[in-house]
Design a protein around this ligand. Sequence first.
Ligand code: COA
Length: 145
Amino acid sequence: MYTVRSFMERDLDEVYNIAALSLKEKYPKDLYLSIDRAWKHGFFVADVDGKTIGFICGIKEQEDISRVLILAVHPLYRNCGIGSELLKKFIEVSSNQGVTKVTLEVRTNNTKTILFYQKRGFQVVATLDSFYTDGEDGYKMIRYL
Ligand SMILES: CC(C)(COP(=O)(O)OP(=O)(O)OC[C@H]1O[C@@H](n2cnc3c(N)ncnc32)[C@H](O)[C@@H]1OP(=O)(O)O)[C@@H](O)C(=O)NCCC(=O)NCCS
C-alpha cells in the first residue's frame, strides 16, 4: 500500500529518477526545489515504505488558477491508480486554496496521457506550437473546478 504525502527534500533523488524514466524533457534537480518553494501546497509524492514511486508538482499561477507542471509514476508502479490519486490530491488542495481552474500541458502525441486527463475532467483548449525543447507541440488542457 502507498500513501500520498507532501514532498520533502529527501525525496529529491527519487523524484529526479522517476522524471528521467518517464519524461523526454530533462529537468535539473534544483528545479524541483524551486517548484516546492514557489507553492508549498502543490507538491506531493506517493510513498511505499519510505520509497518514492510517483509525484505531482505544480504552482499557483493566479489567485484562481493552478498549473500541474509534472505528474509521473515510476514505470513499475503504473496502472494501479497512483497517478489518479496524485492528481486528485492536487485538485483537492487547489480547490481548498481558492482555485477554480487547473491547467496543464501535454505532448500532442502522448495519446494515453491525454485520455487519462480527459477521463478526469480536463479538456484540450489550445495547441501550443513547438512547446517542448525538442520542437514537439503541446496541448494546453483545463479542468474547471
Ligand atoms: C500518466 C501517468 C502519470 C499515469 O499514472 P498511473 O499511476 O499509471 O495512473 P492510474 O493508474 O491512476 O491510471 C492509469 C490507468 O490505469 C487504470 N487503473 C487504475 N487503477 C487500476 C488498478 N487498480 N488496476 C488496473 N488498472 C487501474 C485507470 O483506470 C487508468 O486507465 P484509464 O485512464 O483508462 O482510466 C503515468 O502513465 C506516467 O508517469 N506517464 C509518463 C509521464 C507523463 O506522460 N506524464 C504526464 C505529462 S505531465
